[in-house]
Ligand binder design. Structure first.
Ligand SMILES: [Zn+2]
Length: 390
């Protein structure tokens, strides 16, 4: 995720504290939603000026129109080959009139498309799949989720383009990074560029008067940091009550500070991680049945060539054996003081971490801040255990 662009806070934009979300209890996925929740979402979009009832009606009418059902088939090579160019449209429309006009899978009347019952890939000559008895009607969503490339097909009711707006307007990410993390957690596998485009809506709404969206102003805000039982570290607004299964590890930390963490991975080696607070996920969202620290993830895109799916990895030190952590300002460096009194300079690192180029020996390790040649205790004490560094 380090190749993501910095999202700069615009002057005059709202912070999340200034914007109230009228919808609550929604969760990340929409599959469990009841009719009255959908109704509330729509009413809210209209009431907030995002759309008018006329917009809603016009879009619905447009999507009810089965405009591509006939021509998509009549223009296909397989149909023209089988039925002859002059006959195809008549045969296709006779078939269309005989249908129920609902999606074969979900029953929707919206965005219906002609789809193969037995797929093209099941025929030696793919064009042999094109015969009228092999066709059925499916809505665009059901058509898309049947594709093998769609890993999370059926998890939600929404197409990806609708879900991008669902997450933005209902779950309300406070930073672009959290937005991308939510989209990945939701099951989206497309390129980040789709989320960057959708995030424009957040900026537009944040600049409205009164502001209708809150984008975090990281550098001008103070946060409390929470450590979760799986060693995920998240941030919350300063002074917020600490949830029962989390532990507050730092209070009132500037948003431009950096968290350093020393942790041991599965291979038993020490790794050193540095994570700016602006990179750190919030644990303040309603993610439904997902744990509050669920956004402490990083993302590896799917490899289409190697046919490997996308990977969501825990964001260190989540899932690792956390040995020490401390917070430094942008101008400070951190050092490790070993149990035998040796001081080791810790290299600058990233959320991806670095394997330590030196041994820390056994025993207690202490993290210390260094600034302009002077040593001082970090504002936040380190977490220590007796360690074995093999
Ligand atoms: Zn459907």
């Amino acid at each position: 995720m380090s190749d993501q662009p910095e999202v700069i806070h615009q002057p005059g934009e709202a912070t999340p504290q200034e914007v109230h979300n009228a919808l609550t209890g929604t969760g990340l996925h929409d599959r469990e939603w009841a009719d009255d929740q959908w109704h509330a979402l729509l009413t809210n979009l209209v009431a907030s000026g995002m759309a008018t009832w006329k917009d809603v009606a016009a879009l619905t009418l447009g999507h009810l129109n089965p405009s591509q059902v006939g021509t998509s088939l009549a223009s296909s090579e397989g149909f023209k080959r089988r039925y002859g160019k002059g006959n195809t449209m008549r045969i296709v429309m006779e078939w269309a009139y005989q249908q129920t006009g609902r999606c074969a899978d979900c029953g929707s009347r919206l965005e219906l498309q002609a789809d193969h019952m037995k797929g093209r890939e099941q025929f030696e000559d793919p064009l042999d799949a094109d015969f009228i008895e092999n066709m059925t009607l499916r809505c665009r969503r059901c058509n898309v989720v049947r594709r093998p490339s769609h890993e999370f097909g059926g998890l939600t009711y929404l197409t990806a383009e609708a879900a991008l707006m669902w997450i933005l307007l209902v779950v309300r990410p406070r930073t672009f990074r959290d937005y991308v993390r939510m989209c990945r957690l939701y099951g989206m596998t497309m390129a980040d560029i789709r989320m960057m485009e959708a995030w424009a809506m957040a900026h537009w709404l944040a600049k409205a008067n009164p502001p209708a969206f809150g984008i975090e102003d990281d550098a001008a805000t103070f946060y409390d940091l929470l450590l979760w039982p799986d060693n995920a570290i998240t941030r919350v607004d300063s002074g917020r009550p600490v949830p029962g299964d989390a532990k507050q590890v730092a209070a009132h930390v500037r948003g431009d500070a950096v968290l350093g963490a020393l942790a041991v991975g599965g291979d038993g080696r020490f790794r050193w991680y540095e994570q700016p607070l602006s990179f750190m996920p919030f644990s303040t969202y309603d993610l439904g049945n997902k744990e509050p620290q669920a956004l402490a993830i990083s993302y590896t895109p799917p490899d289409r060539k190697a046919r490997t799916p996308q990977k969501l990895n825990p964001l260190p030190p989540r899932g690792m054996d956390l040995r020490a952590y401390a917070i430094r300002t942008a101008t400070q460096r951190l050092t490790a003081v070993t149990g035998t009194g040796l001081t080791r300079d810790l290299p600058t690192s990233s959320p991806n971490g670095k394997i330590l180029p030196f041994s820390l020996g056994t025993g207690k390790v202490d993290l210390t801040c260094i600034e302009t040649g002077q040593q001082q205790q970090p504002e936040t004490p380190s977490l220590f255990t007796d360690i074995e560094n093999g």
